[in-house]
Design a protein around this ligand. Structure first.
Ligand code: COA
Length: 388
């Protein structure tokens, strides 16, 4: 397999973007990445786009070809493929692009991720997201994702003594980081009290324990590592890529407090990168709900199982902690346009490793890890990156 590097990144602001269409978001993120990589349409061998449910959110399917069209590349007839794996669609698209270069087939590939979720109302968005849960065993009985993650949180509290206050610390930290990120949906710090008193959504998770409903797009340009220096003096190499699956429904799992798909995907990525969790300098993890970040730092091996809550309370994962987590603000504050999230995580890793993350820059960052989950853990993708 050939080495692969990121040579360009692009991102729209995340949020309730009423003034921008689905097509405009794709074009904005894609053109930024292409300009950043200093490439032209004729250099691109393939396009991959991650989106969970464009058909339900904006009634547009067949978006692989649409991406090529709105990017102005129709006349080049570039192969363009849409990739779907619920909220992990973005990272899956990154992995497909990565493989197509690692295999030797392609030299330069553009990967995008998009979701425009606010064009439907809140309850419809909840119902569309719930299509990623098990329809027979979860959604049919009224389970939504806030409800499913609330069950994980309740069990984690029972097993390990995790407290609602520890969950709240995740939200406070991620909003503090989001306040330093001009692309974030929420750029305002919040207090522990605000999170603790926020409207209950699914006990024990309040509104401030949840990621929001978001619009946004992200894009990266991948290149064969041996050619990357022709385009940029700061290529960022993907040194590990792992993917794993699990049951759609929680009840089929060995332990609902552990996302085994995370454990397996991380093991693959660490093995390929020839490093371990202790070597990671910072991470973007899938904090769709505050409990998800606590499970993630445990399942990725950063802390012992059950110690995630206390690690967060001890501020190990703040920007100036020993392992900064979700420097972008995470899904919680940066926002979670589901298909875009996995690509946006790679954008943040790239900006950090290029030393271009501004006020949220992690000092001396060497290895960054991105962790993107589909549903409640039926799909997981982990990438590890390093500056070349
Ligand atoms: N975090 C912080 N603030 C939020 C928020 C969130 N998750 N969701 C909404 N808000 C804010 C809004 O900006 C708005 O603020 P304003 O009054 O200052 O404008 C206010 O709270 C009310 O917003 P509204 O859109 O009416 O909230 P809602 O009650 O319709 O939705 C949730 C809140 C939590 C139910 C919704 O964000 C949600 O469903 N999140 C989970 C999404 C999800 O499941 N993703 C997939 C994960 S697997």
């Amino acid at each position: 397999m050939r080495d692969v590097a990121v040579i360009g990144v692009g991102l729209t602001k995340f949020g309730e973007l009423w003034d921008k269409s689905f097509r405009q978001l794709i074009a904005e993120a894609g053109s930024q990445a292409i300009l950043d990589a200093k490439i032209e349409g004729k250099d691109i061998n393939a396009l991959y786009i991650g989106s969970m449910s464009s058909g339900r959110f904006v009634e547009q399917e067949h978006i692989g070809a649409l991406v090529a069209e709105v990017s102005g590349f129709s006349h080049l007839h570039i192969p363009a493929t849409r990739v779907e794996g619920a909220c992990a669609s973005g990272a899956l698209a990154v992995r497909e692009g990565y493989f197509s270069i690692a295999s030797g087939l392609n030299d330069i590939v553009v990967v995008g991720g998009i979701e425009k979720m606010n064009d439907v109302g809140g309850s419809q968005a909840t119902a569309i997201l719930a299509t990623a849960a098990d329809q027979e065993w979860e959604a049919f009985f009224g389970a939504t994702f806030p409800g499913i993650y609330a069950m994980i949180a309740t069990r984690h509290m029972h097993e390990y003594g995790t407290t609602k206050e520890q969950l709240a610390h995740v939200a406070v930290k991620n909003h503090a980081n989001g306040a330093l990120n001009p692309y974030a949906q929420y750029q305002k710090p919040i207090t522990l009290d605000t999170v603790m008193k926020s409207t209950m959504v699914a006990s024990p998770l309040g509104l401030m324990d949840c990621s929001p409903v978001s619009d946004g797009a992200a894009s990266i340009v991948l290149c064969a590592a041996d050619k990357a220096k022709n385009y940029t003096d700061k290529p960022i190499k993907i040194i590990g890529s792992g993917q794993a699956s699990d049951t759609l429904a929680l009840h089929g799992r060995r332990d609902i407090c552990t996302l085994d798909s995370t454990v397996h995907a991380a093991q693959q990525a660490y093995k390929q990168a020839q490093i371990g969790p202790k070597d990671i300098s910072f991470a973007e993890v899938h904090d769709c709900f505050t409990i998800a970040e606590i499970c993630a730092i445990e399942d990725l091996g950063f802390v012992e199982k059950g110690k995630g809550g206390s690690a967060i309370e001890q501020k190990i994962t703040t920007l100036d902690g020993t392992l900064p987590v979700n420097t972008s603000g995470g899904l919680k504050a940066k926002g979670h346009p589901v298909g875009a999230t996995g690509v946006a995580q790679i954008v943040e890793l790239t900006m950090q490793l290029r030393n271009e993350a501004g006020k949220r820059q992690v000092k001396d960052a060497r290895y960054g890890l991105a962790h993107n989950v589909g549903g409640s853990g039926a799909t997981c993708v982990v990438h590890i990156m390093e500056a070349m």
